[in-house]
Design a binder for this molecule. Structure first.
Ligand SMILES: [Zn+2]
Length: 134
């Protein structure tokens, strides 16, 4: 069963949200808005186009706000994209196809992982924290 943290806008499996540690989560529903990715406006624009082409409804949220972007430069403007849970996997596939890894690093790993594949998710933690599962 996939749960949903409405604090992080993140579906997850297991007892608590891997991002904020929150335990109070309910079952994910098809119309739950889930955090997809954060991109600059260039990649975000391409992503938005691809989502539309695939008929995936999304919500975009500017991280800095419109006013700040002019001071810091358009390229530093970040946009967060959210999609409904029912299309999250499709949307993630699209992100993987067209967007570079966030900030060139793979700090998280969670985004790119098929989160239904528990074993590879466990391996992300290099085995040191994985004792919970028998
Ligand atoms: Zn959370």
């Amino acid at each position: 069963m996939v749960l949903y943290c409405d604090n992080c806008f993140e579906p997850f499996e297991g007892e608590r949200c891997p991002h904020c540690g929150r335990k109070k989560a309910r079952e994910a529903r098809a119309d739950d808005l889930c955090f997809l990715t954060e991109q600059n406006i260039i990649w975000g624009g391409m992503l938005a186009g691809a989502l539309e082409e695939n008929g995936i409804y999304y919500v975009a949220q500017n991280v800095l706000g419109a006013g700040l972007a002019f001071k810091t430069g358009l390229l530093s403007e970040r946009v967060r994209y959210y999609v409904f849970f029912e299309r999250l996997q499709d949307a993630r596939d699209i992100v993987t196809q067209i967007c570079p890894s966030p900030d060139g690093g793979n700090e998280d790993g969670f985004e790119e992982d098929d989160f239904e594949d528990e074993e590879s998710f466990e391996n992300e933690e290099d085995g040191s924290e994985g004792g919970a599962e028998e």
